[in-house]
Write a protein that binds this ligand. Structure first.
Ligand SMILES: NC(=O)c1ccc[n+]([C@@H]2O[C@H](COP(=O)([O-])OP(=O)(O)OC[C@H]3O[C@@H](n4cnc5c(N)ncnc54)[C@H](OP(=O)(O)O)[C@@H]3O)[C@@H](O)[C@H]2O)c1
Length: 331
């Protein structure tokens, strides 16, 4: 698979990474450990070298799983994880608020390294900006970790443009991981130009719209109570019904291109900038292969114009996050 470079430090990764969250968190199913380990190994065989996890996924269990799969093939992979929350004392899912105090970041780095059984974290993202801690202090803490050899690159997630600039002035930021997809294009206004100016890579999360853009879900799909999407306005039954026309359109475009809707959604992101590296998540080998196919699907300028024109005519129904979660972004 084509390689791409993130940030001025030239972190080289496969054009598509693999989001590992859904293997043990968020979608209400904890998948079989051995199956997920062999899926990650298969991804490496197919050219994927960029894997995404976070302390909060589980919590902790996703990092343990990723470490178990990838520590034995450490030299072949780039491992990204995230800090920034206080976990519940009983280790149950969820968190007790943000915490990016420098001393906490350093404890989390040590704990993540231990859990994954690796010597350094390739890319360490702040998961959400903590309004109680100046970003300069966060960047300073990660700089110390880099100097100590425990971290290689610094990242932010869902940070606002001013925060990105301030952080970058203290410790160069290699990548911003934020939601970006055919149905969430807000980063185009201010964030992408800022990243381009500063030479920071973009890692779009939920590039498949948390599954909806693949056309494999509709308003009849049962979302269990423990499936995070059941809390999202964009996944209410009414919103899914309304958004069906968006996915149908994507299906028509895909048919014309001899591709699948998931491949169009990923190829569209890849075509936006050469420093964009989406991290679709899947727990299934057939879908991993399908998604990887997007890396060799080239969309022409005319294709992109046609897609942009068509999708701009279809309004998307429902907020991506409920208010309390949206408030944690763009700060
Ligand atoms: N920084 C952040 O705040 C943040 C937030 C969310 C996610 N993330 C990261 O981004 C990664 C990806 O995001 P995401 O999981 O939210 O959304 P996503 O990648 O847009 O979608 C994942 C969903 O799509 C399904 N899927 C994947 N490929 C498919 C295909 N070809 N056809 C049909 N269904 C398909 C998956 O189900 P199956 O497993 O059944 O295939 C899963 O339910 C996560 O794993 C995580 O590492 C980061």
């Amino acid at each position: 698979m084509e390689k791409r470079k993130l940030g001025r430090g030239n972190l080289e990764v496969s054009a598509l990474g693999l989001g590992c969250m859904g293997m043990s968190f968020s979608y209400g199913v904890v998948h079989d450990e051995n199956e997920m380990i062999s899926l990650m190994h298969k991804a490496v065989d197919l050219g994927v070298n960029f894997f995404d996890t976070a302390e909060v996924y589980g919590p902790f269990t996703n990092e343990v799983l990723v470490g178990k799969a990838l520590a034995p093939i450490r030299d072949k992979v780039v491992i990204a994880t995230k800090f920034g929350f206080n976990m519940k004392p009983d280790g149950s899912p969820g968190w007790l608020g943000l915490n990016s105090r420098p001393e906490h970041i350093k404890l989390v780095a040590d704990a993540s390294l231990k859990r994954m059984n690796i010597e350094s974290i390739d890319l360490f993202y702040q998961h959400r900006v903590d309004p109680d801690v100046p970003i300069e202090d966060v960047a300073g803490a990660v700089k110390d970790l880099i100097q100590a050899g425990k971290v290689k690159h610094f990242g932010l997630s869902e940070a606002g443009a001013q925060t990105i600039r301030r952080a970058h002035a203290v410790q160069p930021v290699t990548a911003l991981q934020s939601e970006y997809s055919l149905w969430w294009r807000k980063p185009e206004a201010e964030i992408l130009p800022t990243l381009e100016e500063l030479g920071i890579g973009m890692v779009p999360y939920s590039p498949l719209g948390k599954g909806f853009l693949t056309g494999k879900m509709d308003d009849t799909t049962e979302l269990g109570k423990t499936d995070f999407r059941s809390q999202l306005p964009r996944f209410s039954t009414e919103a899914r019904k309304a958004n069906q026309s968006f996915v149908n359109l994507l299906g028509d475009i895909a048919k014309q291109k001899g591709a699948t809707p998931a491949q169009i959604a990923l190829a569209w992101l890849l075509a936006q900038k050469p420093w964009i590296v989406p991290i679709p998540g899947t727990t299934k080998l057939s879908r991993l292969e399908e998604n990887i196919g997007a890396a060799s699907l080239k969309l022409s300028v005319a294709d992109l114009a046609e897609i942009n024109d068509a999708i701009s005519r279809v309004p998307v129904e429902g907020d991506r996050y409920p208010e309390h979660l949206e408030k944690m972004t763009g700060r």
